[in-house]
Design a protein around this ligand. Sequence first.
Ligand code: NAP
Length: 317
Amino acid sequence: MTQHIMKVSNLPSFLTDALLQEDYTVHDHAHIVDPHALSKVTALVGTGSESKVDKKLLTMLPNVKLIALCGVGYDGIELDAVKERGIVVTHTPGTMTADVADLALGLMLSAGRRIPQADKFLRNGDWVMESFAMTRRVSGARVGILGLGRIGRAIAKRAEAFDMQVSYCSRAPKADVSYTFYDKVEAMASAVDFLVVAVPGGAATQNLVNATVLNKLGPKGYLINIARGAVVDQTALLQALKDKTIAGAGLDVFWDEPRVPAEFRTLSNVVLTPHIGSHTEETRRAMADLTMANLRAFYAKQPVPTPVPECQASALT
Ligand code: NAP
């Protein structure tokens, strides 16, 4: 019997293909053609960064019992409404950790050594006129990681290979690492050359990196954000880049993706990527496989492999 699921964002092609192969009926919440479809839908599926599921949407979907996200972040899901209904949310932790950490290092190198600007300089034919301006050494730099979770730890490991001095800021110190711990991001920002954001998005972390933090990072400091745009006060960041009160930034994530303020594009001290942290074939396939495993387990009435921490208790019942 076909299971009716509804997509709440665009889906990566690996996932769309797998859903078709396994004979799911996939409804699109933006284009419901079957008036009875809403009550037939038992699971929602979407990406971690784009999916927005609130109480209002869930009220229209009385039989939904699973939200299977293809991604690690779930800041777009209204957890109170989900828990009230006993809905389980699953995600795909660990599948993209290495890729996102690789991109963080790529952005640090790109921002510090100005690799995209150097590429442009050569392509423009400027090299025949003059040498490219000096850049900043990345090896041996002081890096502060905001959020020492799966991705934060993978960034730290890579930073160690570059002889960097690693510090981190979390809500609690981690007993198994020897990196310097800060409980306030302001204090860590004053003490590092690269501040790397790796915390989840959501109300608790919104604008955690604000004008004060950027001020502490200072004119020689770089901000790298591979987490969520909303963790950084984007207006304050634009101002800091314009005024050069920080040295530069490397950004993979933005407040209102895919809309990025035009001013960013005019600044030469920022490197921009279009939310490609997990954008490799290998990772996208692994994310789709784990999303399918969660869906399969749910419909087979088995424990789902990767519920989000807030749903772990209800996933077992
Ligand atoms: P994770 O393992 O849950 O790690 C998040 C860490 O953040 C936790 O260790 C937590 O430590 C810390 N944290 C939470 N709130 C904090 C706060 N207020 N202040 C300081 N630290 C805080 O998650 P992950 O797998 O590393 O992923 C992190 C985030 O990266 C995701 O939530 C997602 O938004 C983003 N992401 C982006 C991409 C991309 O394509 N750019 C791809 C995947 C993920 P404590 O509990 O000790 O505070």
